[in-house]
Design a protein around this ligand. Structure first.
Ligand code: DSN
Length: 422
């Protein structure tokens, strides 16, 4: 039997309609989820290509299947582009996403039971940096550093004293909700002092690193992991960069250690994204993300909103809603109803539970990809503030007419900013 030939809309109207609705939702919402973006049309085309049909276990020139005429040069080119973009000695472009990339690094550089150190989840770290419910916290002995109570920043003195006490084999420098720059040089000096591998997880900031809007971890780290879809604006996927001395171990850990066949359509889309990121336009975009985040921070502060660390130096803000009489979950739900998409997030030393924390997280990559600049940030802050105030009045609920009116205003506000890829 041949596979069905009709187009998606002819063959499966239900799914086609869902995809159409999602396009519309992405076009008409203020998208502020700090890990999301709009991939370009070219990235989307590569991602939706016939390469999805191909298996390719192994690496270029050393595969377990035939038919590699295109796949081998394609993967080699993707690796070359990643190396050129980040100035790394070696790149593995096969990780399915950030979590498998981090597991592969642990598999390559540590033995089960070794001590690792990472920023704790409640302080803005990521699950895979050793949080207790993650495989990285179950199979490795994880100790976690936090942030200072007074200024909510990573305390490098604490990192050093914990490293001297616990002698980790690997130290993670990375986060998914920390609005400040990471001092990779200081992390490297601590890692050197205790004989640990320093690994940077730059999933959130890799677009800023590639665009030279954030200090570069590559010269300081044994390995660097990232997703390719956040500020980097590529397809959903992962990437590991490492020093040549770890190249064999990293490649072996990704395949056959952890994964089977790479997703070749995603590899092609990563190649396109790396090409896009190695341009002056991308560097301008990266700088603009940071300027937009700072402008939004100023506008939020001017409206009496409280920000973790008092502001931002990267693409994200963490808003502390404890002075607003509403939890992060209710605020996020109310905002979503009004056309502003973001997520509830724990804040450092959060008195509330992780599923209903005190904060909301805001990222500026997607709006920046739509061409928005600082001058639009007061309007974005006004939408957020109005919806949060309305929700706080209504115990988390916003009236239908309020939500509908704001959605219409947001649609009009966004009409001047074309959404890439849609
Ligand atoms: N889920 C991603 C984020 O939102 O930060 C991290 O994996």
């Amino acid at each position: 039997m041949t596979a069905p030939q009709p187009s998606l809309s002819d063959y499966d109207a239900e799914i086609a309609e869902m995809l159409r609705s999602e396009d519309e939702r992405q076009r008409d919402s203020i998208r502020l989820i700090a890990s999301e973006n709009y991939a370009s049309r070219a990235v989307m085309e590569a991602s939706a290509s016939t390469l999805t049909n191909k298996y390719a276990e192994g690496y270029p020139g050393r595969r377990y299947y035939e038919g590699m005429d295109v796949i081998d040069p394609l993967e080699s080119l993707t690796i070359e582009r990643a190396i050129a973009l980040f100035g790394a000695e070696h790149a593995n472009v096969q990780p399915y996403s950030g979590s498998p990339a981090n597991l592969a690094i642990l598999l390559a550089l540590c033995e089960p039971g070794d001590v690792t150190m990472g920023l704790s989840l409640p302080a803005g770290g990521h699950l895979t940096h050793g949080w207790k419910v993650s495989a990285t916290g179950i199979y490795y002995r994880s100790v976690q550093y936090g942030v200072r109570r007074d200024d909510q920043r990573i305390d490098m003195d604490e990192v050093r004293s914990m490293a001297l006490e616990h002698r980790p084999k690997l130290i993670w420098a990375g986060h998914s909700a920390y609005p400040r720059l990471l001092d990779f040089e200081a992390f490297a000096s601590i890692a050197d002092e205790v004989g640990a591998h320093l690994v940077a997880d730059i999933a959130h900031i890799s677009g800023l690193v590639a665009g030279k809007a954030h200090p570069d971890p590559v010269p300081h780290c044994a390995a660097v992991s990232t997703t390719t879809h956040k500020t980097l604006r590529g397809p959903r996927g992962g990437l590991i960069l490492c020093r040549q001395e770890h190249a064999k171990a990293i490649d072996k850990a990704v395949f056959p250690g952890l994964q089977g066949g790479p997703h070749c359509h995603t590899t092609a889309a990563k190649a396109v994204a790396f090409k896009e990121a190695n341009t002056p336009e991308f560097r301008a975009y990266a700088a603009q993300i940071v300027s937009n985040a700072k402008a939004l921070a100023d506008a939020m502060l001017a409206r009496g909103m409280s920000l973790v660390t008092g502001g931002t130096e990267n693409h994200l803000l963490l808003v502390d809603l404890t002075n607003r009489d509403i939890g992060g979950r209710s605020a996020a739900r109310a905002l979503n109803r009004c056309g502003v998409e973001l997520n509830a997030n724990s804040i450092p030393f959060d008195p509330r539970k992780p599923f209903d924390p005190s904060g909301i997280r805001i990222g500026l990559a997607a709006l920046t990809s739509r061409g928005m600049t600082e001058s639009s940030m007061p309007a974005v802050a006004a939408f957020i503030d109005a919806a949060v105030q309305e929700a706080a009045k209504g115990d988390g609920a916003v009236p239908d007419d309020f939500a509908a009116k704001m959605r219409a205003q947001i649609k009009e506000f966004l009409a001047d900013f074309a959404a890439p890829g849609l």
